[in-house]
Design a protein around this ligand. Structure first.
Ligand code: AMP
Length: 221
């Protein structure tokens, strides 16, 4: 696998892309670029974009490609992105994937790896419905699989742990449908590339992280 370039995490909501992307980002020293986190930050900041995105996100639908491509383009122009970034939750439609390719055609960096995390549906629903996120630092927990030391409180920063509005059961179902319809076609789009890897997301965080490090050639050192 080539050493430089961007890494894409593919997979349904709830497979652990965010958790694993954060870990790999620290390990490789590449910025973690989560379009979902960026949108949630705009919601908190109360910007016009955030206000409009919130309604879409709460329903489990996708935010428009133009908005997403705009924030990604701006993020890639920042200096810390010059050796590549780790995309989490982007691209999510064929149009986004094609536009990313077009964007990268003018850049010295290509796509180093596409890591497709795979997990059974029942497990996905269980992970999403038990997920809690720190309102302050974004750390991710699970009420059963990765509980904090004190209920409702972040181990790392003491912030309050909340359930995302879109992790409610009725929204989860819709998000999975949207994933099947709009995002799953990306698997075929990337599957023939040399950096494409299918990785089982079953097991605990550490087990999955080890599998990922092996695939990106970082298992040792
Ligand atoms: P995530 O945190 O990746 O699960 O994203 C949460 C929500 O943000 C999604 O359900 C979408 O509404 C929106 N979103 C995040 N990334 C994208 C994207 N690449 N394209 C469209 N909508 C997105």
């Amino acid at each position: 696998m080539t050493e430089r370039g961007h890494i894409i995490f593919l997979g349904a909501p709830g497979v652990g892309k965010g958790t694993q992307a954060k870990l790999l980002s620290r390990r490789l020293g590449l910025p973690h670029v989560s379009t979902g986190d960026m949108l949630r930050a705009s919601v908190l900041a109360g910007t016009e974009m955030g206000r409009r995105a919130k309604a879409v996100m709460d329903s489990g639908a996708l935010v428009g490609d133009d908005i997403i491509l705009g924030i990604v383009r701006e993020r890639l122009a920042e200096s810390d992105a010059s050796s590549g970034v780790l995309f989490d939750g982007f691209p999510r439609t064929l149009a986004q994937a094609k536009d990313l390719d077009a964007m990268l055609a003018e850049s010295p960096l290509g796509i180093r790896a596409v890591l497709h995390l795979v997990l059974a549906d029942e497990e996905i629903v269980e992970r999403l419905s038990g997920r809690r996120v720190c309102a302050q630092c974004g750390a991710i927990y699970h009420v059963r699989f990765q509980p904090p030391k004190q209920e409702g409180v972040c181990d790392r920063c003491g912030g309050a742990l909340l359930q995302r509005d879109d992790d409610r059961p009725e929204v989860i179902r819709h998000r999975l449908e949207v994933y099947r319809r709009d995002t799953e076609p990306l698997i075929a789009y990337y599957a023939d590339r040399p950096g494409y890897r299918e990785i089982s997301a079953e097991g605990d965080t550490e087990t999955v992280s080890k599998r990922i490090l092996e695939e990106v050639g970082e298992a040792h050192g």
